[in-house]
Structures are given as C-alpha cells and as structure tokens.
Design a protein around this ligand. Structure first.
Ligand code: PMP
Ligand code: GLN
Length: 419
C-alpha cells in the first residue's frame, strides 16, 4: 500500500518487492512476495497448507482452505471417466482441446456477450493459477509495478515477486470492502505495467462496484497498463448480483486478459483446468511462457469441464442459490458465536471480526481455534502485506463451501467461544 501522503514511487526500491535491490534469489522473491519468508529467511508453508494440516492433525472442521466437500455434477464426472476409457490419455494440444476451447468461447458469449475466436483468443491452462503465473511472467519485467487489491490472493504476490515486479496494492476498506478512488488513483504511476483484478474477491467475498470498475479501466488506459482479471468465482454470486467481467466495459477488451477455471464452478478444485481469454496477440505472448511451465495438462478433464460449461442455466443458478444458503447458515452461526460478520456477496468466503469476542490477533486465534472449538479458519492478515495486516489483525476468513450439516456443527462448536 502506498502511503496516502507519499508521492508515487519512482523506482522499484519504493514498492513492496525490492528483491532485485537486495539480491534475493528467485525462490526467495516468490516466497517473500507471498509473505512466506520469516526474519531468519526460513520458508513457511502457505496459510492453506498450514491450516489444512492443522485441521487434519486436530480432527477439526476445516473452514480454512477453500474446497468443497461434495462432488460436482454427475455429467461432468462421467465425462472424465469416459474420456479416460476412450483413450484420451496422451498430451492434448498445446492451447487446449478444441472441445474445451469451443466451450469456453461459447460460455463467454452465453453469459457475457463476449465474442471470441476459440482457436486464437482462448488458452487452456493448469488451473487459474498457471494462467495467472504465465501472464504475469510474460508481461512483468524487473521493476515493473503491478497493482492489486489488498487483501490479495497469495499467488499474486508470489509470482509478481518471482518476476522481479513491484507489488502495489489498493486497500479494501471497512465491512463493505470499499475502494477509495483516491487510493486507487495513487496506486498507478509511470511504471505500472499490469493490474490484477480479483472480482468476485477472495478473501473478502466482495464484488467491485461499477464506478470502481470504470475508474480502474480509465487508469489502466491512461497508464497504458494491461488488465488481468481473476474471475474464478464468476458463478458464485448471491442475492441476484450479476457478475460483470471487466472485459465487457467499453474499451476494455483490447487490454484485458480474463482468467477463470472449472474448480469452483464444478466442485473439481483438484482437476486444475483453467483458461484465459483475450486479444490474440496477448494470448500468443502468454503461450510463449505457458508452454514451458506445464506445456499441457488434464487430457481427460478438459472434455469433462467442456461438458460442465455447457450445462443448462438451471445448474449455474442452482450452485449460486445453494452456496448463498450455505453462506447464510455459516454467517448466522458466526454471529451467534459473537463474531461481527461482514457481508459476503460472492465466492466461498465470509469474513468475521473476532474483536467483539476479545480476540484482537486472528492469526493467534486461528492457531488456537482447533483446541477452542474444533474449527479451522484462516487469518486475513495472511493475505496482506505487513502494514495493512496490522489493520486487519482481528479478521478471520471462513469457507462455507461445505455441507450444511458440517456448517451447522461448526456453528454449534464455535458458540463455545462466547461462553
Ligand atoms: N484465484 C483465486 C482468487 C482463488 O481463490 C483461487 C483458488 N482457489 C485461484 C485463483 C486458483 O484457481 P485454480 O485452482 O483454478 O488454479
Ligand atoms: N483458493 C483456495 C483458498 O483460497 C485454496 C488455494 C490453495 O490451497 N492454494 O482457500
């Protein structure tokens, strides 16, 4: 986060991610970009790995790492079985199997009215994670600035660090996770190369308002920056809120790479089938990197995700409705337990403030929560640079992508915190 009264950074030394100046090795830049290097230079596991291991070790309910505890649609699972049986077990084409390229293009047209050439403007990747990594590595050079919201998904910090970029963040403030337009303006400068926009947002469960989307695009145009959107929660919006891909704003498509994946939409987070879409010249440049990261992946899962993307509207409406109900169940349980619960409009996550319960340090609380209540969550501070982490110190992210009985059990157990 740039300080409010500070001028825009003029060199890499002033942002977060000065690995080049201090001669960190690439792995150290990646780890420190994700806040995983301690003062002695030791590497910590990601918060997701740490908290899932804690949940297993203590036999606690895991509301930390975001993954569903139920399988997705039968049609999708059956298509993967069928693909394996029918011999689709060798390398698929580098850009993705035509059936999935076509399905992604058809999905973008059907839901957002975006027209794409499936052979030139779509690229299949190993999850959204590889799409993000390949894109950032393709465009961010040493000292280039990359703007993201804060809190931010850890992979952004890691890959920006690996690329030698400078990570500049715009804070999401208050219970509504609002962006201050002046703070957004101040995040852009002459070295801004890329904006990575996560909307719907992990970990806050918020979505951007239209005015912020427009201002962000205006600033990207003014600074000739590329926009990369992470839309993995595109179908998980509640209360009738519609997803708006930034690429649909007038003038946005030429500079936007849109990223998503099948993991959240089809309860297949382990399959790691993702994709990106955008102008052919930009996609070509990402291919140059992507083909040397994984080359290709998931030959049997690609056709299955293609089936998923073609499911009727009722499927997509149904997953949002079901998950919205789960959000309500967990939010009510957290409220009863004494947390101040923030609104969640989308994603798998709800943010709860533990301060009313007398816990100001959520990182400490999360380590003790298995023993106190048999539940695991993750502290929001894990998604923040140190300065902003201080402001967010009493906040916990809980995942509600779990069965209702699990959420009810977690709620009942958490109620013991307030007695
Ligand atoms: N971006 C965000 C915001 C996420 O929450 C996640 C993970 N769950 C990813 C990217 C990674 O997606 P994938 O599993 O498709 O790589
Ligand atoms: N995206 C999931 C989360 O935020 C899991 C990510 C991971 O394990 N790397 O919980």
């Amino acid at each position: 986060m740039r300080h409010l009264d500070a001028p825009a950074p003029s060199s890499a030394a002033q942002g977060y991610g000065d690995g080049i100046m201090t001669h960190q090795a690439p792995w150290q830049r990646a780890a420190s970009g994700a806040m995983l290097l301690d003062h002695d230079g030791r590497l910590a596991p990601t918060i997701f790995a740490e908290m899932s291991a804690l949940a297993t070790a203590t036999d606690s309910i895991n509301l930390g790492q975001g993954f569903p505890d139920e399988d997705g649609p039968d049609e999708v699972l059956a298509a993967a079985h069928e693909a394996m049986r029918s011999g689709l077990n060798q390398y698929p084409p580098g850009r993705g199997m035509p059936v999935l390229l076509d399905a992604v293009a058809a999905h973008q047209r059907r839901f957002y009215g975006i027209d794409l050439d499936p052979r030139r403007e779509v690229l299949v990747t190993a999850g959204a994670t590889e799409a993000l990594a390949a894109t950032i590595l393709a465009f961010v050079d040493r000292g280039d600035e990359v703007v993201t919201l804060e809190p931010f998904y850890d992979a952004y910090g890691a890959v920006i660090g690996l690329a030698g970029g400078v990570h500049v963040t715009v804070p999401l403030r208050g219970p509504e996770s609002s962006v201050d337009p002046d703070e957004l303006r101040r995040a852009f400068g002459p070295r801004t190369r890329l904006v990575v926009l996560n909307d719907p947002h992990n970990p806050t469960g918020s979505v951007l308002d239209d005015a912020t989307r427009r201002l962000l695009l205006e600033l990207a145009v003014e600074h000739d920056a590329l926009v990369v959107t992470d839309e993995v929660y595109e179908h998980l919006l509640f209360d009738g809120v519609a997803h708006v891909p930034l690429a649909t704003l007038p003038g946005a498509a030429v500079r936007t790479i849109t990223i998503s994946s099948g993991g959240k939409t089809f309860n297949t987070t382990g399959w790691k089938i993702g994709w990106l879409t955008g102008p052919a010249e930009l996609v070509d440049r990402v291919v140059a990197v992507k083909q040397y990261l994984t080359f290709v992946n998931g030959s049997v899962f690609q056709p299955a995700i293609a089936v998923g993307l073609g499911l009727p509207d009722a499927y997509f409406d149904g997953i949002a409705r079901t998950l919205g109900h789960k959000r309500d169940v967990l939010s009510a349980g957290l409220r009863r337990a004494g947390f101040a619960v923030r609104p969640s409009v989308g994603s798998y996550f709800v943010v709860a403030d533990a301060a009313p319960l007398g816990f100001d340090d959520a990182a400490d609380l999360c380590r003790r929560l298995p023993e106190l209540a048999g539940v695991v969550g993750v502290p929001i501070s894990a998604f923040c640079h140190p300065a902003f982490a201080v402001e967010q110190s009493s906040l916990v992210r809980f995942a509600f992508c779990k069965r209702i009985d699990v959420l009810e059990r977690a709620s009942a157990q958490l109620a013991s915190l307030s007695v």
